[in-house]
Design a binder for this molecule. Structure first.
Ligand code: HEM
Length: 156
């Protein structure tokens, strides 16, 4: 089958939108798969990130498949990912150094694998999701005593 604006070459819950996004960005299943595999090859060799993954993931194939589905949903709106990333990350006690490193590797992998438009598209989404995951993780790590008590002037 030849992909065009109404028939994307990958399964999607929103075929027309997916076809238009594939057209604009050059992203498709093969490119996203290559991006995910290259990125996690680097993550697994990285001194900051590798220990966190080694402690949680023993069987990499299902994780990589899940991540391809995630990026397919996020970048091409295919609706293929059905997980909940926040509860998976909250117990990992991730800080700025982890997110900075994760994003640095992800940006490099995206620029290496994707077209310039595809890299820009996927990096913008990674940065946005990393920000909200970071906030969710910071919130989850805060003990009740760490939360500042805000008093109004009237209560003084
Ligand atoms: C700060 C660096 C990060 C580390 C160390 C990290 C680590 C992990 C680990 C260990 C898992 C497997 C969790 C488990 O199955 O128990 C995981 C899953 C996942 N991560 Fe991250 N992560 C990071 C940042 C991010 C970012 C920025 C994104 C998205 C842009 C992301 C998206 C995901 C998704 C979608 C999953 C799969 C969740 C599921 O099972 O449905 N991660 N991550």
């Amino acid at each position: 089958m030849v992909a065009n604006a109404s028939t994307p070459a990958i399964a999607s819950a929103r075929p027309e939108m997916t076809a238009a996004l594939m057209d604009e960005t050059g992203l498709d299943d093969d490119v996203l798969r290559e991006l995910v595999h290259r990125f996690y090859d680097w993550v697994r060799a990285d001194p900051v990130l590798a220990p966190i993954f080694v402690a949680r993931i023993t069987d990499w194939a299902p994780h990589l498949d899940r991540m391809v589905a995630f990026w397919s949903s996020v970048t091409l709106m295919t609706g293929r990912y059905h997980g909940r990333p926040v509860p998976k990350h909250a117990p990992l006690r991730l800080g700025s150094a982890h997110f900075d490193r994760w994003l640095a590797l992800f940006r490099t992998a995206a620029r290496y694998v994707c077209t310039p438009a595809g890299a820009e598209h996927v990096i913008a989404r990674a940065e946005r999701i990393a920000r909200s995951l970071h906030m969710a993780c910071t919130d989850a790590c805060m003990a009740p005593g760490d939360i500042p008590v805000l008093r109004s002037a009237a209560a003084e």
